[in-house]
Design a protein around this ligand. Structure first.
Ligand SMILES: *[C@@H]1O[C@H](CO)[C@@H](O)[C@H](O)[C@H]1NC(C)=O
Ligand SMILES: *[C@@H]1O[C@H](CO)[C@@H](O)[C@H](O)[C@H]1NC(C)=O
Ligand SMILES: *[C@@H]1O[C@H](CO)[C@@H](O)[C@H](O)[C@H]1NC(C)=O
Ligand SMILES: *[C@@H]1O[C@H](CO)[C@@H](O)[C@H](O)[C@H]1NC(C)=O
Length: 359
């Protein structure tokens, strides 16, 4: 199933205007999904939404920036893309659902599950034993599988790749878990600790999967066997291709476009008009290079705009009990990718000379 169908199915609220056209798939999904799991539908949506928000954060300064409309369009155009970006969307959605459901579970919000206490009371290592409430990732993983994997109903390479990437996303939730401990013993001597496993912040899962995205591998299928076209050869070729890939790694089937140019029928927005960052000390190297990546390398120039922003300032506390503030406006410089001015680049000597003279 395409990314969008996945989104439409999981994010009824998000894909808002896509809903009318694709409502059948939502209903279809909810009606045919295992009844017992209807209980979790709203938490699943929260989790999938969290996944997409994280995607937007992780790709904020990439040429492809996790656009929702692009994801939606891919359903309608039937272009089921198997790019590494699609791999990331699958992984982060599956991870988001697992993370949210696991959190719900530990908060005691779901009657069907509770903490993972399978180790409680056992020694964990020197000076510590298992206790407390370990997050029940088995449960979250289970629900994520039931919902997210169920959307994949094909038996082709693409379905296999999507399922693999869903799984890699869930493994990322496990891989980023941390041990938390609490001290015991007379007057805080801490000679005994109890520890439990807890989920990392979802941001950590996002960072982890972004690295996996950067290192994603292309699934290499034996073309001769695929071309032979019979299903046994196909399955064999698929199994062989997967055998060399760890379950934790993201995989893709086709190379990505450069994402520079706009092509709405492919759901590509291009980078013209995108903001980029420069001239600030607090930027990471990746951010500092964003203007080069988004504008220059796409044949665009960087345009400076002076933008007025307003915010609260000079806030005073008045006895009792209000706070009053002024509104201060500040002019900041922002940078955007814009089309190159054709005149300046034209071979027309007259104009170029005029231009240089002006400077
Ligand atoms: C699960 O947690 C989310 C917030 O993370 C919340 O919006 C949702 O209502 C919770 N679900 C249940 C069933 O409590
Ligand atoms: C996971 O789901 C399976 C059924 O699909 C069930 O048998 C198992 O008990 C579930 N495990 C947890 C931890 O919920
Ligand atoms: C968009 O992509 C399609 C498919 O590759 C191509 O046929 C079409 O010409 C492109 N449109 C534009 C405006 O580049
Ligand atoms: C090139 O320069 C000539 C002479 O100044 C001018 O008439 C013409 O419009 C210019 N062409 C372009 C494409 O700028």
């Amino acid at each position: 199933m395409s990314i969008c169908k996945l989104l439409v199915s999981l994010l009824l609220s998000v894909c808002g205007h896509a809903l009318s056209t694709s409502a059948w798939s939502v209903n279809n999904f909810l009606m045919t999904g295992p009844k017992a799991y209807l209980t979790y539908a709203s938490s699943v949506q929260v989790g999938a939404r969290k996944g997409i928000e994280e995607c937007k954060h992780q790709f904020a300064w990439d040429r492809w920036n996790c656009p929702e409309s692009a994801l939606q369009l891919s359903t309608h155009s039937g272009a089921r893309r198997g790019t590494r970006e699609a791999a990331f969307v699958h992984a982060i959605s599956a991870a988001g659902v697992m993370h949210a459901l696991t959190k719900n579970c530990s908060m005691g919000e779901l009657s069907q599950c509770g903490c993972d206490d399978s180790n409680v009371g056992k020694m964990g290592g020197r000076g510590w034993m298992w206790g407390g409430c370990s997050d029940n990732v088995d449960f979250g993983e289970n629900i994520s599988k039931q919902f997210v994997d169920a959307l994949e109903n094909g038996h082709d390479a693409r379905a296999a790749v999507n399922l693999h990437n869903n799984e890699a996303g869930r493994l990322a939730v496990r891989a980023t878990m941390k041990r938390a401990c609490k001290c015991h013993g007379v007057s805080g001597s801490c000679n005994m600790q109890t520890c439990w496993m807890q989920l990392a912040e979802f941001r950590d899962v996002g960072n982890y999967l972004k690295v996996k995205h950067d290192q994603a591998q292309m699934l290499e299928m034996d073309k001769r066997r695929v071309r032979a076209g019979n299903s046994a050869d196909n399955r064999g070729a698929l199994a062989d291709a997967f055998s060399s890939i760890a379950r934790t790694e993201l995989i893709y089937l086709e190379d990505s476009p450069d994402y520079c140019a706009r092509n709405l029928s492919l759901g590509l927005h291009g980078t013209e008009g995108r903001e980029c960052l420069q001239n600030s000390d607090s930027l990471s190297q990746w951010e500092r290079r964003s203007c080069r990546r988004l504008c220059h390398e796409c044949g665009l120039r960087v345009e400076q705009r002076r933008v007025e922003t307003s915010s609260s300032c000079n806030c005073k506390f008045n006895w009792c009990c209000t706070v009053t503030c002024d509104t201060c406006t500040q002019v900041v410089t922002k940078y955007y990718c814009a089309k190159r001015n054709k005149g300046r680049r034209s071979k027309n000597g007259t104009r170029r000379r005029q231009h240089t003279r002006k400077n």
